[in-house]
Ligand binder design. Structure first.
Ligand code: COA
Length: 386
């Protein structure tokens, strides 16, 4: 039975900042941010947006009424959750009008969460033929104003409908994984922003990639020259490129140049959105499918990494005709119609937070799903009907 990603939706907030303007405001040479880090724009979520509203926006793009009837598993992967107890998935029942006869929960392991969800969904479909699973990666990457990590912030959600006979990508059974207790990145429950040993996290990322790459090739007897495309978790676009460089001596020059060319296609959207945390690998997949020169039945090696740390490399195959199952025009329009805001506007939004008994003014809402009020410390959500 072939199982995989049948539909792929993507949402990113309507506002963004220009990375050169951020560099100028922080008195940094712009080349450090645009070349050294590899970013152009950074998404800025409105205060009424969070992982629930972004997850709803991404999933709403792809679900038909028929799809909803078959869904029996809903997983949201996030590391910027809004509740320590109640999962984001439960809010989606009402917002997306999903059937109640589902298993729904949230999953956390830094930027690895969506991959854990996807692999779990694959196993679920294998034992529940004919059913579908909804896996959503939704995150707001927040390091804080004037921190070293500020340039690697971003926000957005990726929704994946997982089913038998998928239209976009088939998930294979070949996978290697690794877990180590590492202090490279953490966000204690009291803090809205992450703490990171930035350079150390880069080292661990690369170490995990190289170890998993070697383990995968050995375990599945893979000739590295036969790899079509390598996709990476992209906290910032230079990061994956640094990891790719570690295998330069393992492959021919021609193969390496081809892998680099394909990598460049996978980072196009990330350059203009920023860090999606657990959605980043899947934003890279989407970007590659939209912008890349994808071959028939092309094989993908997917590197997922979540600080703390868990990593996995698994293989997948692109399904021919995949482009018909992705709303390419809709995604391009969403990106092109965003609004640039100034660095001071971004700082104001960054520091704005709704409090208990606040009610959001609907006239300020730009998306379809939003946090409408907080009452007795309970966050309540609404949908603007179109
Ligand atoms: N033009 C071009 N490149 C420049 C430059 C310029 N004017 N000035 C500096 N650079 C390059 C540096 O040489 C460096 O490249 P290298 O990494 O290939 O050596 C790069 O820009 C970054 O500079 P650096 O001094 O290392 O940046 P930093 O101390 O501000 O930290 C991070 C960068 C990524 C560590 C920091 O943003 C961070 O902590 N991010 C959060 C953690 C994270 O994203 N981890 C990823 C793994 S999950």
């Amino acid at each position: 039975m072939s199982i995989g990603i049948d539909k792929l939706g993507f949402y990113t907030p309507k506002n963004y900042i220009d990375i050169v303007e951020l560099a100028e405001a922080r008195d940094v040479e712009p080349g450090k941010f645009t070349i050294g880090i590899g970013q152009d724009k950074q998404a800025v979520p409105n205060p009424y947006e969070d992982v629930v509203t972004m997850a709803a926006e991404a999933a709403n793009q792809i679900l038909t009424e028929d799809n909803k009837k078959d869904i029996e598993l809903v997983i949201v992967g996030t590391e910027s959750s809004i509740d320590e107890s109640k999962s984001s998935s439960t809010f989606l029942m009402d917002l997306l009008d999903l059937p109640n006869e589902v298993r729904a929960f949230e999953i956390k392991q830094a930027c690895y969460g969506a991959t854990a969800g996807l692999q779990m969904a694959k196993d679920f479909i294998a034992t529940h033929p004919g059913k579908k699973a909804l896996v959503i990666a939704s995150d707001i990457a927040k390091y804080g104003i004037k921190t070293a990590g500020e340039v690697t912030q971003g926000a957005g959600a990726i929704a994946m409908l997982v089913s038998e006979n998928p239209q976009i990508v088939e998930l294979e059974d070949k996978s290697v994984y690794l877990t180590k207790n590492v202090g490279d990145f953490w966000r204690p429950t009291f803090s809205k922003t992450a703490f990171a040993r930035g350079k150390y996290s880069n080292e661990i990322y690369m170490d995990f990639f190289k170890t998993l790459f070697d383990n995968y090739n050995q375990k599945f007897d893979q000739d590295v020259e036969n790899i079509d495309t390598l996709l990476f978790h992209i906290p910032y676009t230079k990061m994956g490129r640094k990891a790719l460089n570690t295998i330069e001596s393992d492959v021919s020059e021609e193969k390496f140049n081809d892998l680099v060319e394909r990598y460049q296609k996978s980072i196009e959207i990330s350059r203009s959105v920023g860090n999606l945390y657990t959605g980043s690998l899947y934003l890279g997949l989407l970007s590659y499918l939209i912008n890349g020169d994808v071959k028939d039945n092309e094989s993908l090696m997917m590197f997922s990494y979540g600080s703390g740390a868990v990593g996995e490399i698994y293989s997948a195959k692109v399904v021919s005709g995949f482009e018909k199952a992705i709303d390419i025009e809709g995604i391009k329009n969403m990106l092109d119609s965003r609004k640039k805001i100034s660095i001071s506007e971004y700082e104001t939004i960054f520091n704005t937070e709704y409090k208990n008994y606040d009610v959001v003014n609907i006239d300020t809402v730009e998306g379809e799903f939003y946090l409408s009020e907080i009452t007795e410390n309970e966050r309540l959500y609404s949908r603007i009907s179109k």
